[in-house]
Design a protein around this ligand. Structure first.
Ligand code: SF4
Length: 427
């Protein structure tokens, strides 16, 4: 979602006469698009904003805090001088206007975010659907906000309630994109499976089906799903349309039913396993990734081991793993923390190691297979190589040229180094 918001900011800045600087050193204006999900991310963002002042000409730089952190603590950042402008996530499409006005007008430190109570008025659908500058791929925001209130999560507090963009606008926007050469899209929302539930729109699986019927798309991704709303209808639509990615991201968060309940996730392990069983029965090839939190308040050693066991039995291709980070304003913030930072760190390290071995084994299983992939960029390590992702979202490096970027090709996987597959073109 932040990548998408950054694209909107870039468009807005360009339109108002500003241009992207190659380096922060040479920029007159530095925008930090921030995340509030973990304390550590916020501390790093604050440190970087402060260090921007120390760059050459730093005292004269305009420092802007954008995104969720601006919404959460923007007033504080303005009051203590960390930022000159704090602009919450829904100001992204208008940031260029604010900056232009700030420079020509008052130059007073400003908090531009809205109050939570104003969030229902915040969506300008046309702006939310504006085109980003990438060539073949486009982010398409289908919902804003989230009202699941998982007990550890700050998102509903900073992005407000669920608002679905109308399906008519989404589909005509995607048609426009394909007419202009876009061949891959990612449907975006905090919980895309809840699409339409706020307003009587068509359900997510229908939106996915209608998107898949649009000519010209090579690949359709969607992020993020929630197990409590991931219906069999979604799996059937994926099965019926080869253009829909088989890389399924389904955040589990914990392998313990008690912790899942405390997290207010709305499903138990048997429900999650049930979804994976249906996916495995219906799709001939798929990859599965997840998010996991260790050290939630009160998590016992046995409950942590249930998460480890879930990882071992479910065999995720990839897992994004985190130590629980208390966020003021969330329900879990009031629960007494029973796990020390060292214990959290040890649990996380062990979990990462277990998952790393599983990921490696799964990647090794792709060697000698022929897969379809989309080339995304020139390799940072060699200008004679290109990188891209397979239909299962595995990164692959192979020889190529800049003209390959955005193309869909067939590749035979020949080897594995670290977490990257290597391959060669094949017919
Ligand atoms: S579904 Fe839960 S974890 Fe995801 S954004 Fe909403 S509240 Fe946060």
């Amino acid at each position: 979602m932040n990548k998408s918001d950054s694209c909107l900011m870039e468009i807005s800045m360009n339109r108002n006469g500003f241009h992207l600087s190659p380096e922060p050193d040479t920029a007159d204006i530095v925008i930090f698009n921030t995340c509030s999900v973990r304390n550590h991310a916020e501390n790093r963002a604050i440190a970087r904003m402060k260090s921007a002042r120390g760059l050459p000409g730093g005292r004269d730089k305009l420092v802007i805090c954008a995104g969720c952190m601006a919404q959460r603590i923007g007033k504080e950042l303005i009051a203590n001088g960390t930022a000159d402008i704090a602009a919450g996530p829904y100001q992204s499409p208008r940031i260029g206007e604010f900056v232009a006005a700030w420079l020509t007008d008052h130059r007073k430190r400003t908090f531009l975010s809205q109050e939570i109570a104003d969030f229902s008025d915040r969506i300008n659908e046309d702006r939310a659907l504006e085109r980003d500058p990438a060539d073949w791929h486009e982010w398409v925001t289908i919902t804003h906000g989230c009202e699941n209130f998982c007990s550890y999560c700050i998102v509903p507090h900073v992005r407000g309630k669920l608002i679905s963009v109308s399906s008519g606008k989404i589909l005509s926007y995607i048609r426009d994109l394909t007419a202009r050469g876009v061949t891959e899209i990612t449907l975006l929302g905090q919980n895309v499976n809840q699409y339409g539930m706020d307003c009587g729109e068509i359900p997510f699986f229908r939106l996915l089906e209608k998107t898949a019927s649009i000519e010209g798309l090579n690949r359709i991704n969607f992020l993020t799903s929630h197990p409590k709303d991931f219906s069999n209808d979604i799996i059937s639509v994926i099965k019926d349309h080869r253009t829909i990615s088989r890389a399924i991201h389904l955040p589990l968060q914990s392998g313990s039913d008690r912790i899942l309940t405390l997290m207010n996730r709305g499903y138990l392990m048997k429900d999650y396993r049930g979804i994976i069983d249906v996916i495995a029965a219906e799709l001939d090839d798929f990859s599965l990734s997840t998010d996991l939190i260790v050290g939630f308040p009160g998590e016992t050693v046995d409950e942590y081991r249930e998460t480890l066991r879930a990882v071992e039995t479910l065999q995720f291709d990839e897992a994004y793993t985190y130590a629980y980070s208390p966020r003021s304003g969330t329900a879990a913030f009031d629960l007494p923390e029973t796990i020390t930072p060292d214990e959290k760190r040890d649990r996380l390290a062990e979990l990462i190691e277990v998952q790393r071995n599983i990921s490696r084994t799964k990647l090794e299983g792709r060697i000698d297979r022929t897969e379809e992939m989309i080339i995304e960029a020139i390799s940072k390590k060699s200008s004679r190589d290109v990188v891209g992702k397979t239909f299962l979202n595995h990164p692959v490096v192979l020889p190529g040229v800049p003209e390959d970027i955005g193309k869909i090709i067939r590749v035979r996987i020949t080897g594995l180094k670290g977490a990257t597959l290597y391959g060669e073109r094949t017919a």
